[in-house]
Design a protein around this ligand. Structure first.
Ligand code: SF4
Length: 467
């Protein structure tokens, strides 16, 4: 429902004698309202005709004869969708001059390419404690992952490429790691002074004594503690590396600088066999529970990644002992499984891990992984967009903004991301999107940007008639 006021209408039309009802029904040649204001709403609402409810207008506008109107849109859903699309496009629109100004104002990347690629950039992030968006910056540390087994993960491959490009294929020496980090951190402070939350991603193993030896970790955190105005640090780690000893060391350092900590863990699924045997995560339920307990004991927040449809069809057939099951039925199983996994991560029940937030994403096809091979052979496909929507919707209904929807984007580019129309998925840049794919991706982007469930209005399309 929205209001369209016509202040002074009565006075202005004393001579013409036209009534508001007659006036707003005057049509242009294209069939739309003649009045530019009403035309605006009409066109942006996808051509929805207004209905007048408040016959006598607003009390505040009695001087004009009460000729303000209150409309209710007859087709609320399509109107809302059209208006949202318009606002989304308008918010992304910038004129040429503004575009030039914005480009000139954009911070320049670090001049050393070895350092520049460690800058993951800035974005808005929903802070669960504040209940608001905060500026977040991501920095990478090229340390690699000593686990390096997860079937779907392209990160170890990315580190190998970094080492080949800049260090003759050798592991980056510890002293160099600290120096590179110091340079990119200084660059971030110079170019983005107001960082509330800093994500430090070193291939998911920040607390590993192998990938990130304690002395190096201490030096990195020492530098982090000198970042002006920083309120929260986010790290990723394997549950097996969360020990009282390393959490105590980390939290003591951060506490001295008044910086809060969030520890993210790749839970991925509630199904332990799937997690251990097929995804090769190496983290048992018991290890996850212990890690969450240790994180909470130190006053930090715990968050868990959850993946929709993370394994090839052949793996799921073996897991379910269902060799004849169709791909479609297995995708439906994956949808239910992802909903249960969000419960597992967030629920305080005996079954749940009681983590503070969840990072939900469809499993996209990253380059150089076991999953890529399965995808090429038709044994894997990203879950359709409508399943991403369905899991998200069910999760939000229970846990609200504790669930973050991660972008379907990777620095090196995913080979395939969800589509409603292309079973094998579409390119990360959506250039081969078809049917309602673009609208669906826009809708999910709007949710990421607003964390407002009311923007989740499914675009109408023949492919999702059941919604
Ligand atoms: S998901 Fe994490 S632990 Fe697994 S290979 Fe990737 S970076 Fe390593």
């Amino acid at each position: 429902m929205f209001t369209a006021r016509m202040p002074g209408f009565s006075t202005a039309h004393e001579k013409t004698g036209i009534t508001p009802e007659e006036y707003w029904q005057l049509k242009k040649i294209n069939g739309g309202p003649q009045d530019p204001g009403i035309q605006f709403y009409w066109s942006r609402s996808g051509g929805v005709e207004p209905t007048r409810l408040l016959k006598n207008g607003f009390p505040s506008d009695v001087k004009s004869g009460g000729h303000a109107v209150l409309y209710v849109l007859k087709d609320v859903l399509s109107a809302q969708e059209a208006i949202q699309n318009h606002l989304c496009l308008a918010s992304q629109h910038v004129g040429r001059k503004e575009e030039r100004q914005r480009k000139n104002q954009q911070p320049k990347p670090h001049k050393d390419p070895r350092v520049a690629v460690l800058d993951g950039g800035r974005r808005r992030w929903w802070d669960a404690m504040l209940g608001d968006f905060v500026p977040m910056h991501t920095l990478y540390i090229p340390q690699g992952c000593d686990w390096n087994k997860c079937a779907f993960c392209p990160i170890p491959q990315a580190i190998t490429e970094y080492e080949k490009l800049f260090f003759n294929g050798l592991r980056v020496p510890d002293a160099e790691i600290v120096s590179l980090f110091s340079q990119i951190l200084t660059h971030m402070i110079d170019t983005h002074p107001k960082v509330h939350t800093l994500c430090l991603f070193n291939a998911g193993s920040f607390l590993s004594d192998v990938s990130n030896p304690p002395l190096v970790r201490e030096q990195i955190i020492e530098l982090v503690c000198q970042t002006p105005n920083l309120s929260r640090l986010i790290i990723e780690t394997n549950a097996n590396d969360v020990t009282v000893k390393n959490m105590h060391a980390l939290c003591s350092q951060l506490g001295g600088a008044n910086i809060d900590l969030t520890v993210r863990i790749g839970v991925e699924t509630q199904n332990q066999t799937l997690r251990l045997k097929y995804l090769k995560k190496g983290q048992t339920d018991k290890a996850l529970r212990k890690a969450v307990h240790t994180i909470h004991m130190h006053g930090a927040l715990a968050g868990g990644y959850v993946l929709l449809n993370p394994a090839p069809f052949s793996n799921i057939r073996a897991l379910l002992d269902a060799p004849e099951e169709s791909d479609e039925r297995l995708l439906l199983w994956a949808e239910e499984e992802a909903v249960k996994s969000l419960d597992f991560v967030l629920s305080e029940s005996l079954h749940g891990l009681g983590m503070d937030e969840a990072y939900f994403c469809s499993t996209n096809v990253g380059p150089g992984t076991l999953l890529t091979e399965a995808w090429k052979q038709g044994d894997f496909r990203p879950a359709p967009l409508r399943m991403v929507y369905s899991v998200l919707r069910q999760g939000i209904a229970k846990y609200g903004t504790r669930i973050h929807l991660l972008p379907f984007k990777d620095e090196r580019g995913f080979l395939a991301v969800p589509s409603n129309h292309m079973p094998q998925g579409i390119a990360q840049d959506l250039k081969n999107a078809v049917g309602c794919d673009m609208k669906f991706h826009n809708m999910l982007n709007r949710y990421r940007e607003t964390m407002n469930p009311f923007v989740l209005v499914v675009p109408s399309c023949t492919c999702n008639i059941q919604y």
